[in-house]
Design a protein around this ligand. Structure first.
Ligand SMILES: Nc1nc2c(ncn2[C@@H]2O[C@H](COP(=O)(O)OP(=O)(O)OP(=O)(O)O)[C@@H](O)[C@H]2O)c(=O)[nH]1
Ligand SMILES: [Zn+2]
Length: 393
C-alpha cells in the first residue's frame, strides 16, 4: 500500500477474478458514463466472461466514484498490477477494493495502482472483503444430517462474517416437517430460510439478501448450490446435475475463484474448497462459534477462566443443549489440530489433556524449552498470503 490519499479523482473498483497476470475489475459506477459496449474477445482475455466496458466522451480523470460500488451495470476493466505493487509484495486478491489508474475505457484496460485495506479475508478460497456466507443445505435428498450442518455452521462462524442459512428442496417436505426443523434450528440460534429452487420459492428473497454485498456460497454436495446459482444468475451457464455439469464446474474446484455479478446487485462466489470443512480453530475459540452457548456465556461465567467446558465443575455451558455433543466432538478435533500446529512449530512439543483432579481437565502444551511458540493469526495470514503469491506468480 502506498501512502496516497483517496481523492475524488481516483477510480475505485472491485476485483472479480484473477487470472495469470490480469485482474478483472468491476469499476464503481461513475457519473455521466453509459455502459453498453461489449468487450471484444481479445487475445489473452477470452477466459473471462464477455463483459461490459464504458463508452465515454468525458475524460476519466474528471470522473468521481459513487458510493454504491456493486451496481449490476458497472463497467469492467481488465487490469495489470503496477510494478511498484509487485515490488512491495502487495498482492491483489479477488474481492479487493482497488484504485485503478490510467483507464483505457475504449480498450477496456487499466492498471491496479493501489489496494485498499481489507475488512475480511477468507482462505480456501482466498477472497477479500466477504460480507456473508450463504450456507445451503437441503431438507431432504440428501437428508439433513445435524452433525454435518453443525460442522459447516461452525466453520462459517469461525470466519467472523455473517452466516445466512438457507434450506433448499422444501418442496420435498410437509409443513409440519418444516416447522420441526425450524424449531430445532431456532434452538441452535438460527432462523433458516426455506427455499425451493425447483418451485421458485423464496429465490427473490435470497436475491434481496445478496444485494450490495459480497457473498460466498457453501454447502455439501447435491443440495442444489449450482441450481441456486443458475436461478439467481441465469446467464452464468453452470450446468446442473449431469456429469458434464460437474466438469463444467471443474475449473471452480481448483484454486480459481471468481465473483459473479447478481442481476439485482451484489457479487456471489462459489466455494468448492469450503465443502469439506476442517475445523481449524483453537479449542478456546470453539465454544464461541455456537450461538446458543454464546448466549449462555453472555449471562454466566464458568468457575475457571480457562474452562474448555468439558469436565470442569461449575461450567456455565456444559449440559443440556442439543449441540453440546457436537461441541465435545469438535473439541477433540480442535485439540488435535492445535497439537498438530504446535508440533509443526516445535516438533519436540505436543499438547496433552491433563487431569487436574475433581473432574477438571485441561489441555496443555508439553513444553520442551523456550522454543515453544504458538503460531499467531498474523503468521497464518502471512502464510496464506505467501501461498497466494506463489500461485499468482
Ligand atoms: N426436489 C428438488 N430438487 C432440487 C431442488 N434444487 C435442486 N434440486 C436437484 O438436486 C440435484 C443436485 O443439484 P445441484 O444443483 O447439482 O447440487 P450442488 O449442491 O450444486 O451439488 P455439487 O455440484 O455436487 O456441489 C439436482 O438433481 C437438482 O435438480 C429443489 O428445490 N427441489
Ligand atoms: Zn465452562
Amino acid at each position: 500500500m502506498t501512502g496516497e490519499n483517496i481523492s475524488t479523482k481516483q477510480l475505485l473498483g472491485t476485483v472479480l477474478a484473477v487470472q495469470a497476470n490480469f485482474y478483472r475489475v468491476q469499476m464503481d459506477e461513475v457519473e455521466g458514463v453509459s455502459t453498453s459496449a461489449s468487450l471484444s474477445e481479445q487475445s489473452g482475455v477470452q477466459e473471462f466472461r464477455s463483459s461490459e466496458i464504458i463508452e465515454s466522451s468525458s475524460s476519466p480523470s474528471s470522473l468521481s466514484p459513487v458510493p454504491c460500488h456493486l451496481s449490476p451495470s458497472s463497467p469492467i476493466l481488465l487490469c495489470t498490477r503496477r510494478t511498484r505493487l509487485k515490488k512491495i509484495g502487495q498482492q491483489v486478491m479477488v474481492g479487493d477494493r482497488v484504485i485503478v489508474e490510467e483507464p483505457d475505457w475504449a480498450g477496456g484496460r487499466g492498471a491496479v495502482g493501489e489496494v485498499l485495506p481489507r475488512h475480511s479475508l477468507l482462505n480456501r478460497p482466498a477472497i477479500a472483503n466477504v460480507n456473508q456466507i450463504l450456507l445451503v443445505f437441503a431438507v431432504a435428498d440428501p437428508p439433513l444430517e445435524p452433525i454435518q450442518l453443525s460442522r459447516f455452521l461452525i466453520k462459517a462462524e469461525s470466519t467472523g462474517v455473517d452466516v445466512l442459512l438457507c434450506l433448499n428442496k422444501c418442496d420435498l417436505v410437509s409443513l409440519e416437517e418444516k416447522q420441526q426443523i425450524s424449531d430445532r434450528l431456532l434452538a441452535w440460534g438460527y432462523q433458516p430460510l426455506f427455499i425451493s429452487v425447483q418451485n421458485s420459492i423464496n429465490i427473490d428473497q435470497i436475491a434481496t439478501y445478496l444485494q450490495d454485498k459480497i457473498t460466498v456460497i457453501a454447502g455439501p454436495s447435491g443440495v442444489g448450490k449450482s441450481s441456486l446459482i443458475n436461478s439467481l444468475i441465469p446467464d452464468i451457464n453452470l450446468r446442473v446435475g449431469e456429469v458434464s455439469g460437474k466438469l463444467a464446474r471443474g475449473r471452480h474446484t481448483t484454486r480459481h475463484v471468481e465473483l459473479f455479478e447478481m442481476p439485482t446487485g451484489g457479487l456471489l462466489a462459489d466455494t468448492p474448497g469450503f465443502n469439506q470443512p476442517d475445523l481449524d480453530c483453537s479449542p478456546e475459540e470453539l465454544i464461541h462459534y455456537f450461538p446458543e452457548a454464546r448466549e449462555r456465556l453472555a449471562v454466566a461465567h464458568c468457575r475457571f477462566s480457562d474452562c474448555i467446558h468439558k469436565d470442569e465443575p461449575d461450567c456455565a455451558v456444559s449440559g443440556d443443549w442439543e449441540r453440546y455433543q457436537h461441541y465435545l466432538e469438535f473439541l477433540d478435533d480442535a485439540i488435535a489440530h492445535q497439537s498438530h500446529i504446535n508440533q509443526q512449530a516445535d516438533p519436540e512439543s505436543s499438547l496433552k489433556l491433563i487431569s487436574k483432579g475433581k473432574g477438571q481437565s485441561q489441555y496443555e502444551p508439553k513444553l520442551e524449552s523456550k522454543k515453544y511458540r504458538r503460531i499467531s493469526r498474523k503468521t497464518q495470514l502471512q502464510d496464506l498470503q505467501n501461498l497466494y503469491q506463489d500461485s499468482e506468480d
